[in-house]
Write a protein that binds this ligand. Structure first.
Ligand code: S3P
Length: 440
C-alpha cells in the first residue's frame, strides 16, 4: 500500500463549513459485518458498507478463503455465509494492508480453523504490537508465530483445539476483546473477557444480531463455543470517527453550521462529542433511533469558542481514534488542554502523540508530548508544511486546521486517507474546505 504515489493535500485558509452531509460507513462495523457474515449460515446483506481500503482488505481476505460475496455496489454487499467451519485455506498470505482491525480480529477467527494462514500487512501494520492477541490466544491453545519483536507477519497454525479462558485484558482494547470472542466461537466451553475500561461493543451487538448469545455482566463479555450464526441484514451507520473531522472543523471555523446524517452514536464511541461539549462546542444530537442494534442520529454542529480542558481519563477509550482531530480543537481553543492515560495513541497507524506534536509545532502551536498524552496551549495556527506519516486521521485532522491557519497548510503523505474515508477531499470541498489534492 505504501507503494502508491504520495498524495499531498493543500489547504487554503478561510471559508466555513456548511450544509448537510453523510460521511462513509463505520469502519469497525463494516469489518465485523464481513467477518460474521462469512461464518454465518445463509445470506447477509450489508448496506452502507465502507468501501475504504481497510474494510476492503477484510473482504478480500474472505474471498481468498472461498467466501462468495457480491459487491460492494454503492455500499451494498451480499455475503453467502460459509458457516462456522466452511472457510477454505487461502492460496497465499492474506495481505491486510494498513488495517490493524483486520489483523487482530482475523487472528482470533483463524486460530480456530483447520488450515494454516499467514497474515501480513504494510510497513505501519508490521510495526504494531500483536502479542496482545497472540498471548491470550496461546492460553486458549492456539499456535501463532510472530517476528521476534512480536509483530506481523503472523503464521496462524490450524487444527489446534481451542478451549475457553477467563481473560483480564491489560489494555482497554476492543480489538483484543473481539479477537478473543471470535476465537471463543471455536473453543470448547465459555470464553470470558474482562476489560479495564469500556471499549466499543460492536462485536457483542453484532453477534446478538446474528442470533448468537453473548452475555454481558459489568465489564465482562462472554461467549460459548460452537454457536451457529444466522445471516441477516445489516445497515452500517456513518462513521463517527470520520464525522469527527467535521465536528471539529465546524466547531473551530467561525460561521460554520453543518448537519451530519445517520451517524452511529453507540455510547462506546461518543467520547469525541462529550469532550468537545466540555470544551464549549455547540453540538446537538438529534433524535436517536435504533438501526439493527446500533443507535444512529443526525448531529448538528455550529461554530463556538472552545476552551481548554483536562480530558477525563474514562473518556479516552471512548474517543481513542478521535485524538488527532481533538488535538486540533485544543490548539484552536482558549487556554490549556491536558490529555493523560492515552499511551495507546503511540501504537496506532502512527505514533499519534509524536506525529501530532511535531505537526502542531510546525504550525506554531505549543504542544508538549508526554509518554501517555499531550499538553496543548491553544493559539493560532500558522501556515506551513506538515507530515501525515501515512496516517489517515493525521492527514484529515490537519486539513481542518488549515481552514483557520494564517497561511496555506500543505500536508504530505496523505494516500492512506483512503483506508477509512474514501472521497474525503471531494466531500469536504463540497461543504466549504478549500482543499486541493496533488500527486507527488
Ligand atoms: C477498533 C478498535 C480500536 C480502534 C480501531 C478500531 C475496532 O483499537 O483504535 O481503529 O474496530 O475494534 P483498539 O481496540 O486496539 O484500541
Amino acid at each position: 500500500m505504501n507503494a502508491t504515489p504520495e498524495v499531498i493535500f493543500d489547504v487554503e485558509p478561510g471559508g466555513r463549513l456548511d450544509g448537510e452531509l453523510r460521511v462513509p460507513g463505520d469502519k469497525s462495523i463494516s469489518h465485523r459485518s464481513v467477518m460474521l457474515g462469512a461464518i454465518a449460515e445463509g445470506e447477509t446483506r450489508v448496506d452502507g458498507f465502507l468501501q475504504g481500503a481497510d474494510a476492503l482488505a477484510t473482504l478480500h481476505a474472505f474471498r481468498e478463503m472461498g467466501v462468495r460475496v457480491d459487491g460492494p455496489h454503492d455500499g451494498c454487499l451480499r455475503i453467502q455465509g460459509a458457516g462456522l467451519h466452511g472457510l477454505a485455506a487461502p492460496a497465499g498470505a492474506l495481505d491486510l494492508g494498513n488495517s490493524g482491525t483486520s489483523m487482530r480480529l482475523l487472528c482470533g477467527l483463524l486460530a480456530g480453523q483447520r488450515f494454516d494462514t499467514v497474515l501480513a500487512g504494510d510497513a505501519s501494520l508490521s510495526r504494531r504490537p500483536m502479542r496482545r492477541v497472540t498471548e491470550p490466544l496461546a492460553e486458549m491453545g492456539a499456535v501463532i508465530e510472530t517476528t521476534p519483536a512480536g509483530t506481523a507477519p503472523l503464521r496462524v497454525r490450524g487444527g489446534r483445539p481451542l478451549h475457553g479462558i477467563d481473560y483480564d485484558m491489560p489494555v482497554a482494547s476492543a480489538q483484543v476483546k473481539s479477537c478473543l470472542l471470535l476465537a471463543g466461537l471455536y473453543a470448547d466451553g465459555v470464553t470470558r473477557v474482562t476489560e479495564p475500561a469500556t471499549t466499543r461493543d460492536h462485536t457483542e451487538r453484532m453477534l446478538d444480531g446474528f442470533g448468537c448469545e453473548v452475555r454481558r455482566e459489568g465489564a465482562t463479555a462472554s461467549v460459548a463455543g460452537g454457536q451457529r450464526l444466522r445471516g441477516h441484514a445489516i445497515d452500517v451507520p456513518a462513521d463517527i470517527s470520520s464525522a469527527a473531522f467535521f465536528l471539529v472543523g465546524a466547531s473551530i471555523v467561525p460561521g460554520s453550521e453543518i448537519v451530519l446524517r445517520h451517524v452511529g452514536v453507540n455510547p462506546t464511541r461518543t467520547g469525541v462529542i462529550d469532550i468537545l461539549q466540555r470544551m464549549g462546542a455547540d453540538i446537538a444530537v438529534g433524535q436517536v433511533k435504533d438501526s439493527g442494534g446500533e443507535p444512529v442520529a443526525d448531529i448538528r454542529v455550529r461554530a463556538a469558542q472552545l476552551h481548554g480542558i483536562d480530558i477525563p481519563a474514562e473518556l479516552v477509550p471512548l474517543a481513542i481514534d478521535e485524538f488527532p482531530a481533538l488535538f486540533v480543537a485544543a490548539a484552536a481553543a482558549r487556554g490549556r488542554t491536558v490529555l493523560t492515560g492515552a499511551g495507546e495513541l503511540r501504537v496506532k497507524e502512527s505514533d499519534r502523540i509524536a506525529v501530532m506534536a511535531e505537526g502542531l509545532g510546525r504550525l506554531g502551536i505549543a504542544a508538549e508530548p508526554t509518554p501517555d498524552g499531550m499538553v496543548i496551549e491553544g493559539g493560532r495556527f500558522n501556515g506551513g508544511e506538515v507530515m501525515a506519516h501515512g496516517d489517515h486521521r493525521i492527514a484529515m485532522a490537519f486539513a481542518m486546521a488549515g481552514m483557520v491557519a494564517g497561511g496555506p497548510v500543505r500536508i504530505r503523505d496523505c494516500a492512506n486517507v483512503d483506508t477509512s474515508f474514501p472521497g474525503f477531499q471531494g466531500l469536504a470541498a463540497a461543504h466549504g474546505l478549500r482543499i486541493s489534492m496533488e500527486h507527488g
